[in-house]
Design a protein around this ligand. Structure first.
Ligand code: 5GP
Ligand code: MG
Length: 451
């Protein structure tokens, strides 16, 4: 997973990119980078850590120019080290290119092996570098046809912001797996993974980049080209709505918060009749807040705050040698005893991956005096890994791939466990399987079979 951002024709482009990345921080905390262009050459600064740790006033001042792109990385392919951080900046026969990629290329490994056999030298272990090698090998074609040539060979998910010394380019794969939107600011343009990044810098939402579309922004304005035919079935990642995107964003044309509320309402319709009676609904913050609000309204019971999340953990924390039980969960969440004591609770979370965090949280809630805990999940059981950029573990580690709902309920130690049905999920986004990728829930890997 990653977040990408690009801006054209704005003074202080690198500082606005810094702010854009700050708003996209939830999409990746491992590394952050910005490349800017002063019209003649591309400069870049990249570091490990969160946006505010990586950049200083000094290094932003050095990133001069009226255009910039940026990237925050959450490692999916390629191990975690500085070389794999983006934007990637290269020099090839036609000049410099900077590239920021969100997604996962399913056949990058095959292409890399082939290119290495032909003598290509790779600098990173990230799949994104394959795109640049293919562009450079496109037999002298101009840039846009070269990008088309490169991307027509690659399968999988990509939302890309790219920059030459005088052009900003945005592309989205023909399946539309990851979001990418365009915004307008004064006489300039912005592209961003999520619209929350536009809001912070005062840009207006313009539209999404369409699946298979390439957008060039240069001194003559914005030009669009459908470089790859949009698939009749798209595969927009439904997990972006469930968990990944920020609730204040508009992605795939819809408000994330509104969708989460709807997921909660459907979940209430499907599960509350069998729970029958509870004192209140509460969320595992923050990703399940919207669903819990929707659930409470639909079930007609109060919404409460029974867990508080510490937002200031950062990337590293030091654990004392005297082992504190469940340290990892405790450092992030603390129960509100006065709310929980003696109560029958419907606890909402957005998803269960391994089940390990949920188990610790439930123990914590019980120790705080809760009388009954009914766990309701605003998505179906995750039974398959994601090959398109979401960091789900191998199939074996996914608790729902090996265990029944009843077994998971026993493992977690709850009075009852309810998952949203796949039908309920699709109704919440007002779609059928044609628009969204539901592979992690349904096993329907549209893009490349089982990969
Ligand atoms: P589990 O109980 O499976 O260990 O953890 C479930 C929690 O993980 C949920 O609260 C959910 O919000 C969170 N979660 C779901 N998907 C992801 C992901 O891709 N990355 C991270 N860091 N957390 C996730
Ligand atoms: Mg969560």
């Amino acid at each position: 997973m990653c977040g990408i951002f690009g801006i054209y024709n704005q003074p202080e482009a690198s500082k606005l990119t810094y702010l854009g990345l700050y708003a996209l921080q939830h999409r990746g905390q491992e590394s952050a980078g910005i490349a800017s262009s002063d019209g003649n050459r591309i400069l870049s600064f990249i570091g490990m850590g969160q946006v505010a740790e990586v950049f200083t006033q000094g290094n932003l001042d050095e990133l001069k120019g009226n255009m910039a792109i940026g990237h925050v990385r959450y490692s999916t392919t390629g191990v975690s080290f500085l070389k794999n951080a983006q934007p990637l900046v290269i020099n090839y026969a036609k000049g410099q290119i900077a590239l920021a990629h969100n997604g996962n290329l399913a056949n990058a490994g095959q292409w890399r092996a082939r290119l290495e056999k032909q003598g290509s030298i790779f600098q990173t272990s990230s799949d994104s570098e394959v795109i640049l090698h293919l562009i450079a090998k496109a037999n002298g074609r101009p840039l846009v046809p070269a990008i088309k040539y490169a991307l027509s060979k690659l399968k999988g998910a990509y939302s890309i912001a790219m920059m030459t010394k005088d052009r900003l380019i945005a592309v989205r794969d023909p399946w539309g797996v990851r979001p990418l939107c365009i915004g307008k600011i004064d006489k300039g343009w912005v592209v961003a993974s999520e619209s929350c990044a536009l809001d912070l810098i005062g840009a207006r939402y313009f539209r999404e980049v369409n699946p298979g579309e390439l957008v060039v922004i240069d001194s003559k304005g914005l030009h669009s080209k459908q470089i790859l035919p949009k698939k009749s079935d798209t595969a927009m990642c439904i997990f972006e709505y469930i968990y990944f995107s920020r609730p204040d964003s508009i992605i795939f044309g819809k408000s994330v918060h509104s969708i989460r509320r709807e997921l909660g309402a459907r979940l209430a319709r499907e599960s509350y009749p069998s729970i029958k009676k509870a004192d209140f609904v509460m969320a595992v913050p923050d990703s399940a807040n919207g669903a819990a609000i929707g659930y409470a309204k639909e079930a007609g019971i109060p919404y409460e705050t029974g867990l508080i999340r510490n937002h200031y953990i950062g990337r590293t924390f030091i654990e004392p040698n005297q082992n504190i039980r469940d340290f990892g969960a405790k450092i992030k969440y603390n129960p509100v005893r006065d709310v929980l004591n003696g109560k029958r609770i419907v606890l909402i979370d957005d998803s269960i991956v391994r089940g390990t965090t949920s188990r610790k949280l439930i123990k914590m809630i019980r120790n705080a005096g809760a009388r009954e805990v009914h766990l309701a999940i605003s998505s179906p059981p995750i039974t398959g890994s994601c090959y398109y950029g979401i960091d789900t573990p191998t199939k074996e580690e996914l608790i729902a791939s090996k265990h029944s709902v009843r077994e998971i309920q026993n493992f977690l130690g709850v009075e009852s466990l309810h998952y949203l049905s796949l039908g309920g999920l699709l109704e919440s986004v007002r779609s059928d399987r044609k628009t969204y990728c539901t592979a992690c829930f349904s096993g329907d890997y549209k893009i490349c079979g089982g990969c």
